[in-house]
Design a protein around this ligand. Structure first.
Ligand SMILES: Nc1nc2c(c(=O)[nH]1)N[C@H]1C(S)=C(S)[C@@H](COP(=O)(O)O)O[C@H]1N2
Ligand SMILES: [Mo]
Length: 204
């Protein structure tokens, strides 16, 4: 398949075997979440970058849409064993968002992502979060993200299991010590690398 010019290609899509161990391919795109979609109007929508950053910032929807945009081609692996290949996401690189928040303080080592769905969170190492293919997406395969898939905007972290890709993204908090998010408190892995099957167990 041919990929548009200028698209960031997630390195895992270049593997000879693109399906991680214990996964199988789905062509459809299942919907998975803990509580179902929250109600969010773009008028009330706000994305906060806070915690261990030099100048915490909130973006309103209209403002968010004026930020420089990227496209990322990547695969999506859910810990419940389905993998959806060949996704093109469009949105704003988290590197851009962090720059606009004045950059990370030196003691920042982890990130907590917050959803609008009732305090849902997920955690990950700052290093994984800052990979080139991580973005806050507003579009998937050329269409605005539907509410069920996390619209108006969701985090996408292609190199980790899909539960780290927070739907209905409300905030990104940089922290110094790892803190378990919603599924992590319920037994899912603190890191979540699909290639080494970091499905369960805290690693802390
Ligand atoms: N805010 C929020 N984000 C979430 C979840 C959730 O419950 N709330 N579920 C996660 C899980 S377990 C998966 S597999 C993916 C699924 O994304 P999809 O429904 O678009 O396939 O979203 C992740 N992001
Ligand atoms: Mo999941």
């Amino acid at each position: 398949m041919s990929i548009e010019k200028g698209v960031i290609i997630s390195p895992d899509t270049r593997r000879k075997e693109r399906i991680p161990p214990g996964q199988s391919r789905t062509v459809k795109w299942p919907v998975l979440d803990a509580f179902g979609p929250p109600k969010i109007s773009t008028a009330e929508w706000k994305l906060s970058i806070f915690g261990l950053v030099n100048s915490p910032v909130d973006f309103q929807w209209e403002q968010f849409l004026t930020l420089p945009r990227v496209k990322v081609f990547s695969d999506f692996h859910c810990v419940t064993r389905w993998s959806r290949l060949d996704n093109t996401w469009e949105g704003v690189s988290v590197r851009t968002l962090l720059d606009l928040a004045g950059g990370a303080k030196p003691e920042a080592k982890f990130v907590l992502a917050y959803g609008f769905d009732g305090g849902w969170t997920t955690n990950m190492p700052l290093e994984e979060f800052l990979a080139e293919d991580v973005l806050v997406a507003t579009h998937h395969d050329g269409e605005a993200l539907t509410l069920e898939h996390g619209g108006p905007a969701r985090l996408v972290v292609p190199r980790l299991y899909a539960w780290k890709s927070a739907k209905w993204l409300a905030g990104l908090e940089l922290i110094d010590r790892d803190q378990a998010g919603f599924w992590e408190r319920n037994g899912y892995h603190m890191n979540g690398d699909p290639w080494t099957e970091e499905r369960f167990g805290h690693g802390w």
